[in-house]
Ligand binder design. Structure first.
Ligand code: ADP
Ligand code: NI
Length: 218
């Protein structure tokens, strides 16, 4: 990494911390910080452009559409303007723009852009949705939306999607079956796969204990 690249990373950290002040606890600066660290761990094992990985990780949720009236263009736009003002080269800005556009779980079936840097950031973002941290983020989001924790009258199993709940809002536990338990099979890199395995197992153990406690059995 050159000194000028390091300066750009430092400026980006300051910009992201400032911009995400007051964000929901699962999508705040500390989510970005964890994803950034995971990216560094994964990048040690993958030949990649480390600068693009770090900048992409730092900017990947700068304006998440779900907190901005579904506007998918805002994040890439804010990131591009910020990087342009810092004089970052246009091919790097284009790459970061594509990373932000394609990183999300919601866009997992859209493979129109591929790069190892995107693969790394996507793995890191998904890993932060798993394990102990993933569980914390999920219940924080459910609380933020005032959802039930669990409702035994609403089935919770893999394969359930939003369409199954029609007249009710899904309890937070259902998010495990809609997304969290599917993530281990979506990892791109070897390092991602091995970390995901541990985090997945932790969620399974957590759910087993959760249902035992729900019945008053444990
Ligand atoms: P992506 O941007 O990859 O689609 P999200 O930002 O939607 O991912 O999700 C990140 C995390 O936010 C989830 O892993 C979960 O912890 C929390 N979250 C998002 N949507 C929900 C939901 N409907 N219920 C509970 N938690 C959620
Ligand atoms: Ni994210």
């Amino acid at each position: 990494m050159t000194q000028s690249q390091q300066n750009i990373i430092d400026s980006t950290v300051a910009f992201v911390r400032e911009t995400l002040q007051g964000a929901e606890g699962g999508h705040d600066w500390w989510h970005i910080y964890r994803v950034w660290n995971l990216c560094k761990t994964i990048a040690e094992k993958e030949p990649c452009d480390r600068f693009v990985v770090e900048i992409g990780a730092l900017l990947h949720d700068i304006a998440d559409a779900k907190f901005h009236d579904g506007n998918e263009e805002l994040g890439p736009q804010v990131a591009c303007e910020f990087l342009m003002n810092l004089g970052v080269k246009s091919h790097i800005i284009d790459h970061v723009r594509n990373i932000i556009l394609h990183v999300s779980f919601r866009k997992r079936n859209n493979n129109s852009f591929k790069s190892i840097e995107l693969d790394i950031i996507q793995d890191a973002d998904r890993l932060d949705a798993m394990g102990a941290i993933g569980i914390s983020r999920t219940f924080n989001f459910g609380g933020y939306k005032n959802r039930e924790i669990y409702n035994p009258e609403i089935p919770a199993k893999v394969g359930m999607t939003k369409e199954h709940y029609k007249n009710s809002t899904a309890p937070t536990i259902n998010h495990f079956y809609e997304k969290l338990l599917l993530l281990k099979d979506l990892m791109n890199t070897q390092t991602g796969k091995s970390i995901a395995k541990r985090r997945h197992q932790f969620m399974i153990t957590y759910l087993d204990q959760f249902y035992e406690e729900w019945q008053g059995r444990s």
